[in-house]
Ligand binder design. Structure first.
Ligand code: ARG
Length: 291
């Protein structure tokens, strides 16, 4: 009797424990099963449950300080990064930045490897054929970097000199126009810092690149003994835009809305001040309408 009772007790206990375990599991699993059950019952009328938001992959050629570069711990940082983070916050988007070489960066949109690109990308009519751009978020112009003792005073002086550019940039386009695309005096580099290092080494007479990057390099590399030469009449005004795959209007609209919001609430200006000090004279927003 006693033995039986004990066995009974154990059996009952085991059943209870199993029940509790099942109960616990059931509770854990409850939300999904609850949400799938009614959905399954009304498949015809109910939209499928929303998928969790995907992390958007942002491509950037992170060798372009102060817009995008890698800090000592390898993190991608810069003005463009902060702007896109602020936009993502406003738009409720999740983003991650992936270092992407400039050469081939645009094709990553079509291939679906990147959802958007932020890389101090100048909006040009030619590029607009193959991708869509956000409203402009930054004004820029080409600037010439030379050695401090150089006699070069204007862009036309570079007509017959050796000039370093980053392949496929608007700097490359400007110098290609001046010297002819096939000129052997144009030295094309994978990155702008490589072109500037070649200037320091004496391999080229000048480098033509975006003003913000040239100014930043001249200021932070005193040992290189560079100066910058501006020639506003010789170079077109440029505006940077965030690029998305052609036709991705849904994402583009979210970006543009959030960009307007960060301009309106002062976050754009705060980020701008972090990298460039004084506010930009004519904000691209004002000129956006006239494009
Ligand atoms: N603004 C220039 C262009 O669009 C140069 C951009 C280069 N950007 C970079 N992250 N390397 O052609």
């Amino acid at each position: 009797m006693r033995v039986l009772t004990t066995r009974r007790f154990l059996q009952t206990a085991a059943v209870l424990v199993a029940g509790m375990l099942l109960g616990a599991c059931g509770k854990k699993d409850a939300p999904p099963s609850e949400s799938t059950a009614p959905a399954a019952a009304t498949t015809a009328t109910t939209a499928p449950p929303a998928e969790p938001a995907r992390v958007l992959v942002v491509g950037t050629d992170a060798a372009y300080a102060p817009f995008e570069s890698q800090n000592q711990s390898g993190e991608i940082v810069g003005f463009d990064i902060d702007i896109v983070r602020a936009i993502a916050d406003k738009a409720g988007l999740q983003v991650k930045f992936v270092n992407t070489p400039w050469e081939g960066i645009f094709t990553t949109l079509d291939q679906g490897d990147r959802d958007l690109l932020v890389s101090a990308i100048t909006i040009t009519d030619e590029r607009r054929q193959s991708m869509d751009f956000s409203d402009p978020y930054f004004n820029a112009q080409q600037l010439i970097a030379v050695k401090a003792d150089s006699k070069i005073s204007k862009f036309a002086d570079l007509k017959k000199l050796k000039v370093g550019v980053q392949t496929g940039t608007t700097g490359d386009e400007a110098v290609s126009k001046l010297q002819g695309k096939t000129s052997t005096s144009i030295r094309r580099f994978e990155s702008t810092p490589l072109a500037l290092q070649e200037l320091e080494a004496g391999g080229v007479d000048a480098v033509v690149a975006d003003n913000g990057v040239v100014e930043n390099y001249v200021a932070n590399n005193a040992a290189a003994k560079f100066k910058s030469v501006a020639d506003p009449a010789a170079f077109a005004s440029e505006q940077y835009g965030i690029a998305v795959k052609k036709g991705n209007t849904e994402l583009l609209e979210k970006i543009n809305k959030a960009l307007a919001e960060i301009r309106a609430d002062g976050s754009y200006d705060r980020i701008y001040a972090t990298y460039f000090g004084t506010p930009q004279a004519a904000t691209p927003a004002a000129s956006a309408a006239s494009r």
